[in-house]
Ligand binder design. Structure first.
Ligand code: ATP
Ligand code: MG
Length: 320
């Protein structure tokens, strides 16, 4: 792997779920439960997993918006820098992530407002160049967000992210709110920008075909852990973790989300208020045996691929 930009080491994040009459927290949601991850410069890392497995929590953690309860999470070259610096995020729903009262040129340059030396003229100039770069018509920059279509609004969100000159952009379901035809345009724009600006992407998506198209590597999450990690083609065509197989089992249909597939076929995701003992997946795993009651760690091989299952090398590969 090329230069490591960011490292997470055994990260745990939880949220209060219930308090008693004295305000004391009596129950917690365990959103991330020992997450290990390295992100390399210039790559696109796809993150997949069912709803509630902790993808957006991971995104917020990377952005420095929430703090881990334990574990380390830092920039590889500067462990003391604030994690969110150099990072920007693009959300699923462009309308709710853009301030409806501001003209688009101001939205786009919002991340640089705090830099006081930016005059209005400078900010307008920046907005113009970012508009050209992202395919927004510069003559529309004085309009409000609601005057734009969904795809155009997502371009605005991307231009806004770029204005801060990030090296990493976290994309949380960037195209799932868009029409199919528009999705491809936005994905192509992201690919173009990545090439031109040497960007690193963390791409969260339910859509396996989006992840396959975009990602160099894929991380599969289950109950706040990474259960499998590796080169995209490898993971998607030769999944080693039983959960990844289950996830991909019925995926040939591009128009369905992972969640729908799972909900139809394999029952509900177990609660993250009380975590399972041992391997988190053993309750649902069709291949579980007695030894799966032991906690599992993500075992990495020399190629950088990893799987959190002690039987991954033993159980037979999936039928082609
Ligand atoms: N601020 C919060 N307070 C309490 N619980 C939270 C909070 N944020 C997330 N959670 C819980 O943490 C778990 C992980 O949520 P998260 O939003 O990270 O899942 P996700 O993988 O992004 O799901 P989706 O695919 O539906 O977006 C869920 O059980 C969720 O309810
Ligand atoms: Mg989410």
């Amino acid at each position: 792997m090329s230069e490591i930009l960011l490292e997470l080491d055994n990260v745990h994040v939880n949220f209060p779920a219930r308090t008693n009459w004295r305000g004391k927290v009596t129950e917690r949601v365990h959103a991330l439960n020992g997450l290990d991850l390295q992100i390399a410069r210039g790559e696109t890392l796809g993150i997949v997993g069912e709803s509630g497995c902790g993808k957006s929590t991971l995104a917020q953690l990377l952005m420095g918006m929430i703090k881990p309860a334990s574990g380390a999470c830092h920039r590889a070259y500067n462990p003391n820098s604030w994690l969110g610096s150099g990072m920007q995020m693009v959300f699923q729903d462009p309308l709710s992530s853009l301030d409806p009262r501001l003209p688009v040129w101001r939205i786009i340059t919002e991340p640089v407002w705090i830099q006081k030396h930016n005059s209005e003229a400078q900010r307008r100039e920046l907005a113009q160049s970012l508009a050209l770069l992202t395919g927004i018509r510069p003559e529309y920059l004085d309009r409000l967000p609601h005057a734009f279509s969904g795809g155009q609004r997502q371009r605005i969100a991307i231009a806004r992210a770029l204005s801060a000159q990030p090296d990493i952009i976290v994309l949380d379901e960037p195209t799932s709110a868009l029409d199919i035809s528009v999705q491809a345009q936005i994905l192509n724009l992201l690919v173009k920008l990545q090439r031109e600006r040497q960007l690193t992407y963390v791409l969260i998506s339910h859509n396996v075909s989006v992840v396959r198209h975009m990602s160099d590597r894929v991380a599969v999450m289950y109950l706040g852990q990474i259960v499998e990690l590796g080169a995209t083609e490898q993971v998607l065509t030769q999944p080693r973790h039983p959960y990844t197989r289950l996830l991909l089992d019925s995926v040939p249909r591009v128009d369905r989300s992972l969640e729908e597939e799972i909900a139809d076929n394999k029952g509900e995701l177990p609660g993250n208020r009380r975590l399972p003992q041992g391997c988190f997946f053993h309750d649902r795993c069709p291949l579980a045996v007695e030894g799966c009651r032991q906690p599992q760690s993500l075992r990495m091989d020399a190629s950088g691929a990893g799987v959190r299952c002690w039987r991954a090398g033993v159980i037979s590969p999936p039928a082609p």
